[in-house]
Write a protein that binds this ligand. Structure first.
Ligand SMILES: Nc1ncnc2c1ncn2[C@@H]1O[C@H](COP(=O)(O)OP(=O)(O)O)[C@@H](O)[C@H]1O
Ligand SMILES: [Mg+2]
Length: 239
């Protein structure tokens, strides 16, 4: 088995005294897509916050390519290759598409921001709309812009918190194809929070199920789908 590029070990994140994430362990191989699912309030977004450096964990560790980054700041992690998108969009409506992607590339320390911006826009099929402001884009294009922003600086790991929220089914499947391509062709590893089961089971190599902050199940999609505890706690009869 390959060595993981990214490892989260026993991560605990608290709000006050409440453990929203409780001893979570997971890893990503290069080019692997891991789905992160679980009911509302399970701790998915909090886990992403703890991993990305937005929220300081109470316990546990995060390592990227062998470096312990648990105490590193958000931008420092980003420059080392750990990138995230937000559950709510992080784009600037009044700013040009190209302008903000290039600015993001500068911010993360890309050696050639202009080229990096171009590649990122091309990857997401946004070159045709690069001179518009973000506010002029359709909703599906805005979600792809989110991903383009997360992609500058050639990150090795992408943390995506519901990137398909609000998209139509065809738009979601298109975005899923972009993720597959990033993973397969660029070797980017993806941790994908997504509530659409069809999308997440279709695109993921492995899946982690969270319940009340803890890992309820982990495995390849078919294993997770067949897990009685998962069916009972989460998937219900719809699975
Ligand atoms: N800023 C916060 N302050 C206090 N509690 C929070 C905060 N954000 C989330 N929580 C709580 O932490 C738990 C996990 O939330 P969250 O990570 O948003 O779950 P998910 O993303 O899986 O829906 C929930 O019980 C939620 O109410
Ligand atoms: Mg959430």
């Amino acid at each position: 088995m390959l060595k993981p590029i990214f490892e989260v070990t026993g991560l605990t994140v608290q709000y006050g005294g409440v453990k929203a994430v409780d001893g979570v362990t997971l890893s990503l191989q290069p080019g692997q897509i891991r789905g992160l699912i679980g009911p509302n309030g399970a701790g998915k977004s909090t886990l992403i916050d703890g991993i990305s450096g937005r929220r300081r964990p109470a316990a546990g560790s995060v390592s990227l390519d062998g470096t312990d980054i648990t105490r590193f700041g958000v931008l420092e992690r980003r420059r080392l290759g750990l990138s995230r998108s937000f559950q709510r969009t992080s784009i600037f409506a009044g700013m040009g598409v190209r302008e903000q992607v290039e600015l993001a590339a500068v911010k993360v320390g890309a050696t050639d921001p202009e080229r990096d911006c171009h590649d990122s826009l091309a990857e997401l099929g946004l070159l045709d709309v690069a001179e518009l402001t973000a506010g002029e884009l359709g909703y599906g294009e805005q979600r792809r812009l989110d991903l383009a922003l997360a992609l500058v600086g050639s990150p090795s790991v992408l943390l995506l918190d519901e990137p398909m929220a609000g998209l139509t089914v065809p738009e979601s499947l298109e975005l899923a194809q972009h993720l597959k391509k990033l993973a397969n062709e660029r070797g980017v590893s993806v941790l994908l929070v997504e509530h659409d089961m069809e999308v997440v089971f279709g695109v993921s190599d492995r899946i982690t199920v969270l319940e009340l902050g803890k890992v309820l199940a982990e495995g390849v999609p078919s294993e997770v789908r067949a897990n009685p505890r998962v069916r009972e706690a989460y998937l219900g009869s719809a699975a």
